[in-house]
Design a protein around this ligand. Structure first.
Ligand code: PLP
Length: 398
């Protein structure tokens, strides 16, 4: 048999999906499973989104669409950026694609040659490392442990950027739920100004999910001279409860947006018309669903944070955005549960799933093997029992 391309030996399926699959299988086999594993919102978009999609279906032309995206959708995204405080983008600065994941892949292809260095903080969203590995780029990882609130410091960034081509930043963070304050963003932006050869990708798809009045802040507003190097990545998946509709955006310098459009023309051609119509309705219609969900997630964060903070030995910096918590559970290593030895995060998550039916993602999937990720988007009635089982599991360790 002919062999696969060499890059496929470096490609791995998403670790998060593997855990979610295992939890699904146990559930199908009749086990009572509470899944804290997958980061999908627990709500659907408003009825106007479905109505727009149905109307589009009725008059569907069956034609290919624009490689960049239809003008009305580009304009709606520009208005969305403005509403979030990012002004001054034109249609020529925007491109659309099949979710943020596809936009990140496009950007990596557009900006990185083999051997180029891409810098990002650890913990990172799993796909970042996979992308770098598939494309043969060198990932320069900056460890940001729980003791520094999982946040990157200006000194770390400054030391890492010489020789780098791309800095990839994610705020609010998946997996930690950390949100950078205005001062922290300004301090990082000052460093970025001093490294003019570096592209800056901001994967800020959780920018509407920020609690405690911290607000969402970005490098472009902090230091406007960074605008010609910053690429904002956004998506409808989390904000509008539309992960399966697969709509993502970028806003950045024209040259980068044009490169993404060229890649689109060869990869996907366009987003389907029906999806475009749904996306337009989500962005330009009533915004009450995202706003009310933000309040609900803030309340859930309180519940999760209180439960984790009450466990002796578990260290969890307080999340302030997205819908994740990332407790350091290394206090459990070297102990056992019902005779089963726990040596690391993977052992912990497997034993927890089997003993208590609670699925979490091991921190090593995000580059931090001392922790695990809890996604708190499960049905409301499962949150308290899931947290209680988590607490019991740790209390039962010997
Ligand atoms: C930080 C981050 N970026 C990108 C994505 C991908 O989003 P999309 O569904 O738009 O592809 C996710 C999804 O979990 C994410 O957490």
């Amino acid at each position: 048999m002919p062999h696969l391309a060499a890059r496929m030996s470096r490609a791995k399926p998403s670790a998060i999906m593997l855990i979610a699959e295992k939890a699904k299988q146990l559930k199908a086999a009749g086990r009572d499973i509470i899944s804290f594993s997958i980061g999908v919102p627990n709500f659907l978009p408003g009825p106007h989104v479905y109505e727009a999609a149905r109307k589009a279906l009725d008059k569907d032309s069956g034609q290919y669409g624009s490689n960049r995206g239809p003008e009305a959708l580009l304009d709606a995204f520009i208005a969305h950026l403005e509403e979030g405080g990012l002004r001054g983008y034109q249609r020529s600065n925007i491109a659309t694609g099949i979710g943020a994941k596809h936009m990140l892949y496009n950007l990596a292809e557009a900006l990185l040659d083999e051997g180029d260095v891409i810098v990002f903080p650890v913990p990172y969203w799993t796909t970042y490392l996979d992308l770098a590995e598939i494309l043969g780029a060198e990932a320069r990882l900056l460890p940001c442990p729980a003791e520094q609130n999982y946040k990157l410091t200006p000194a770390q960034l400054d030391a890492a950027l010489p020789g780098a081509k791309v800095f990839l930043f994610n705020n609010p963070s998946n997996p930690t739920g950390m949100v950078y304050t205005e001062q922290e963003i300004a301090a990082l932006a000052d460093v970025l100004v001093r490294h003019p050869h570096v592209w800056i990708i901001c994967d800020d798809i959780y920018n509407r999910m920020v609690f405690d009045g911290v607000g969402y802040h970005n490098f472009v507003n902090a230091r406007p001279e960074l605008r010609d190097r910053v690429i904002q990545v956004d998506s409808l998946s989390k904000t509008y409860g539309m992960p399966g509709w697969r709509v993502g955006f970028i806003a950045g310098p024209e040259a980068v947006a044009n490169a993404v459009v060229t890649l689109n023309s060869n990869h996907i051609t366009s987003i389907p018309e029906v999806v475009n119509a749904a996306a337009l309705a989500a962005l330009s219609g009533p915004q009450d669903v995202p706003a009310s969900k933000n309040a609900e997630f803030a309340a859930r964060r309180d519940q999760v944070y209180a439960a984790l903070s009450a466990i002796p030995g578990v260290v969890c910096p307080r999340p302030q955005g997205a819908f994740y918590a990332f407790p350091n559970i290394s206090c459990a290593f070297g102990k056992s549960h019902n005779g089963r030895m726990i040596s690391n995060d993977v052992d912990f998550c497997s034993a927890l799933l089997e003993a208590k039916g609670v699925a979490c993602v091991p921190g090593s999937a995000f580059g931090d093997p001392l922790a695990l990720r809890i996604s708190y988007t499960c049905p409301a009635e499962q949150l308290a029992p899931g947290l209680q089982r988590f607490q019991e599991f740790i209390a039962e360790l010997k």
